[in-house]
Design a protein around this ligand. Structure first.
Ligand SMILES: Cc1cc2nc3c(=O)[nH]c(=O)nc-3n(C[C@H](O)[C@H](O)[C@H](O)COP(=O)(O)O)c2cc1C
Length: 374
């Protein structure tokens, strides 16, 4: 049995008793329908993740409104009609024994929308977003709250707010994308205002006994951008707002594809230092992610106190039996995510449902078959 005493030890997270320290980090796969609904492939994928042996599965980012969709295939939760489909996803995850969470997002300036919204009109590619008015800020905050309430109604055990990947919440934090002159821009305290208001509204919507987690961007990895130094000042303030945990990541779409980042990203644990730094300034659990491939490495991060939980995204997609194999001492059988492969990213860019190059022919055929007719 397991040689990883910390990895397979329990942890209390916002009132939930997690059986071990393995979680599925959110991984957008483009399996949703263009109308924002779930699909048979979404359901079966998350059934598999729920049965992986991970203690908690965070369903990929779902948009709080159509104008917040990150892609044409992002699922939606801005109306009650989406409850039925997502309730089935929550049940599918829980059937396998994992706690089920759902991540909520607004893409802001990266959104797949005719006129994206953002803190300030800072262009990305050829598109320039519209600066949010005070009314937009109130409306979008309410959209987060309403969607968070639906996450609970759908039967999920917790909700996560997506403050990573350079999406809207982190756009307010970054001096690169937030040039506002009002109370939402300028000082760190002002740039934190919108994320804090969203956390507060979401918490009020779900109630005090329901965990709200946060995906936290610790560094944009861009000149003039959001840096770890500011992130370390911000993290305790976010934590104090009543979050159940911080799930730490680095980078945004403007930095992900820079040559130094592409080579860094091939390294095991490439974001673990960020998680460790954040963990040193907060007293809530911290999740580390980023190519955490070997169970022994995961164990060492936890044992050294660099993180409280491990987040596996592509790693778990490549081998949904990672936790089971690690626990049973079968780590040699783990099918690794291939560092030189970016098939998942490429498929998303092509508007195609994600496949993994490490899957067997049968598994690919299974996914393609379920996705057909999408
Ligand atoms: C295709 C793809 C989709 C992703 N989707 C999300 C997402 O919806 N929400 C999120 O917070 N992070 C997302 N991430 C980041 C992952 O959660 C994770 O931090 C990152 O992939 C590193 O972990 P890994 O090496 O195990 O994949 C995504 C990453 C990839 C490659």
């Amino acid at each position: 049995m397991a040689d990883y005493p910390t990895l397979f030890s329990p942890l209390r997270l916002g009132g939930l008793e997690l059986a071990n320290r393995v979680t599925m980090a959110p991984l957008f796969l483009g399996y949703g329908l263009p109308n924002g609904e779930t699909s048979p492939l979404v359901l079966e994928h998350y059934r598999l993740m729920g049965a992986s042996g991970a203690a908690m599965v965070m369903v990929e980012n779902v948009a709080v409104s159509p104008e917040g969709k990150g892609s044409p295939f992002t699922m939606l939760l801005h109306e009650d009609r989406f409850l039925e489909g997502l309730a089935k996803v929550a049940a599918a995850v829980k059937e396998g024994g994992a706690w089920a969470g759902l991540q909520l997002n607004h893409g802001g300036r990266y959104a797949h929308a005719p006129q994206p919204l953002a803190p300030s009109p800072v262009a990305t590619g050829e598109r320039t977003p519209r600066a949010m008015t005070a009314e937009d800020i109130v409306r979008v905050t309410e959209e987060y709250a309403a969607a968070a309430r639906r996450v609970r109604q759908a039967g999920f055990d917790l909700v996560e707010l997506h403050g990573g990947t350079g999406y809207l919440l982190s756009q307010f934090l970054s001096p690169r994308t937030n040039h506002r002159q009002d109370q939402y821009g300028g000082t760190l305290g002002n740039r934190l205002r919108f994320p804090l208001e969203v956390i507060s509204a979401a918490r009020a919507a779900v109630g005090p006994d329901y965990p709200v987690g946060y995906r936290f961007l610790a560094d944009e990895w861009l000149p003039g951008g959001w840096t770890l130094a500011e992130a370390l000042q911000a993290a305790p303030r976010l934590a104090k707002a009543g979050l159940a945990y911080l799930s730490v990541m680095g980078g945004c779409y403007e930095s992900f594809f820079l040559p130094e980042r592409l080579s860094q990203e091939k390294r095991q644990g490439y974001m673990a230092d960020l998680a460790a730094a954040v963990k040193s300034v907060v007293d809530i659990p911290v999740i580390a992610a980023g190519r955490i491939q070997e169970p022994a490495y995961a164990e060492s991060l936890l044992a050294r106190g660099q993180a409280d939980l491990i987040g596996l995204a592509r790693v778990l997609l490549a081998d949904p039996q990672w936790p089971l194999k690690a626990r049973q001492g079968r780590e040699a059988e783990i099918v690794a995510c291939e560092p030189t492969c970016s098939l998942c990213f490429k498929r998303i860019q092509q508007g195609q449902p994600v496949l993994c190059s490490q899957w067997s022919k049968q598994k690919r055929a299974w996914a393609e078959n379920l996705a057909s007719g999408r």
